[in-house]
Design a protein around this ligand. Structure first.
Ligand code: GLU
Length: 443
């Protein structure tokens, strides 16, 4: 028997930009496909014409490309409506799809009554008892919606993260697959797609566990092969608070604007909530090699956006000169000093964008920072600045001369000089920085 080729998909609805929560889903599915040498599909769940927007569809693609999560194929549910209609006919013919006419208010009332009686608010299947004549009369008043008739048995599966799971189908309502206005809902569209595209593994958030149970029956009813399902825990804020409200502020594009590196984000997401430590990786291939879905747990995963800052800094400072040299050229760093500039700057930046300020400092000099009590001292030091060209010994020669002339030593000697040259209290090793200073404002 040949094992079927691994095919996964990431299936966002283009009704908003993707955020860190969706990213986890995208990344896990991507890594499973890549690790197995399989196929990764980007599927746009755009059957809701009112809420789906081209701007978001474009934005999702842009964000995934920024991260390097490239898809092998893209599919759109809005282009497959004929297929869904055909599947609905199949289900009607096999008696698994039935027409209902309750209005939202009626359904609400039923639910309230059930809850008052201490019963679970499960749809009572009243529509199954309607005669043809009653249905025709109701149809004349309002369009019917269609529900999938669940087999009321225990639905069981082995979840790739949560382990053995089961759900009593009698404890959930028969899912609506087609709305009164004819809109096919995600629950069925997704099953048709998963079957037709040969999806083998579905990873999604644990808010989809009940969907999975019902979709397992819909897959069977449409003659599809069983898939492997896995549900990752949902992200919470650093204190364990729900993130759902704040996810809007954790859009990938905002992180990108903030200067967060794709590899910092991917490295964190590939490990957060797993038994393994976060390690900053240099490539997605490296992340894929070290990815193991079975290492993830069911507990909610705490996410602190601020963790991305040190990871970004670690990734950026770990770049080799070859990896950064094109950017240095763009900034205007002359090629003969670019490598030494990178050696100095890499330890003193968090984001790539910080390079510009360091280069401006080297090129133009910084406005000196001179405390009133140091004015005379700095004025003396200025007269002792060695003649150019400056090299790695210039700093020690200068400070030795200033020490001799002023009698200062230690911090009292070095700090005012650093501040006078760089305008800052902290920064690179001055011996390495001095040869890079094309001009200083002190002179
Ligand atoms: N569009 C669905 C969502 O974003 C997809 C869920 C799935 O992966 O099946 O929740």
């Amino acid at each position: 028997m040949t094992a079927s080729k691994t095919v996964t998909r990431f299936a966002p609805s283009p009704t908003g930009y993707i955020h860190v929560g969706n990213l986890r889903t995208a990344l896990f599915n991507y890594l499973i496909a890549r690790k197995a040498g399989g196929t990764f599909i980007l599927r746009l769940d755009d059957t809701d014409p009112e809420r789906s927007k081209q701007e978001y569809a474009d934005g999702i693609q842009e964000d995934l490309q920024w991260l390097g999560l490239n898809w092998d194929r893209m599919e759109k549910q809005s282009e497959r409506l004929d297929r869904y209609a055909q599947a609905a006919d199949e289900l009607r013919a096999s008696g698994r799809l039935y027409e209902c006419f309750e209005t939202p208010t009626e359904l609400d009332l039923k639910r309230k009554k059930q809850l008052n009686m201490g019963k679970p608010p499960v749809y009572d299947r009243a529509a199954l008892k309607l005669s043809e004549a009653e249905k025709a009369a109701l149809r004349a008043e309002r369009p019917g919606h269609w529900r999938f008739k669940l087999d009321q048995e225990r639905i069981e599966w082995t979840d790739g993260i949560l382990g053995e799971l089961s759900l009593d189908a009698a404890s959930v309502s028969d899912p609506v697959l087609i709305r009164g206005d004819g809109q096919v809902l995600y629950t069925m569209a997704s099953v048709c797609d998963d079957i037709d595209f040969g999806i083998t593994h579905v990873v999604r958030g644990s808010d989809h566990v009940t969907n999975t149970a019902t979709q397992i029956q819909i897959i069977q009813a449409l003659g599809g092969k069983p898939l492997s399902f896995a549900h990752h825990s949902l992200l919470t804020g650093p204190q364990g608070e729900a993130l759902s409200k704040r996810l809007g502020t954790l859009a990938l594009r905002d992180l990108r604007k903030r200067g967060i590196e794709p590899m910092a984000l991917l490295s964190l997401m590939a490990r957060l909530g797993s038994a393994d430590p976060v390690e900053v990786r240099k490539s997605i291939d490296e992340i894929a090699e070290n990815f193991d879905l079975s290492r993830f747990g069911s507990a909610p995963t705490k996410f602190d956006v601020e963790d991305l800052v040190p990871l970004t800094s670690k990734y950026v400072s770990g770049l080799s000169f070859d990896e950064i040299s094109a950017e240095l050229t763009t900034l205007g760093v002359p090629s003969d000093i670019a490598e030494s500039f990178w050696d100095v700057a890499r330890e003193n930046i968090t984001f790539r964008s910080d390079l510009a300020a360091w280069w401006a400092l080297c090129r133009d000099g910084a406005d000196p920072l001179i405390d009133p009590e140091d004015e005379e001292f700095v004025a003396t030091a200025k007269t002792l600045l060695p003649a150019r060209p400056w090299n790695e010994n210039t700093w020690s020669e200068w400070t030795a001369a200033v020490k001799e002339a002023t009698g200062r030593k230690g911090k009292g000697l070095f700090m005012p000089l650093r501040k006078a040259l760089t305008g800052q209290q902290h920064g690179p090793d001055m011996s390495k920085l001095m040869p890079l200073l094309q001009s200083v404002k002190l002179q």
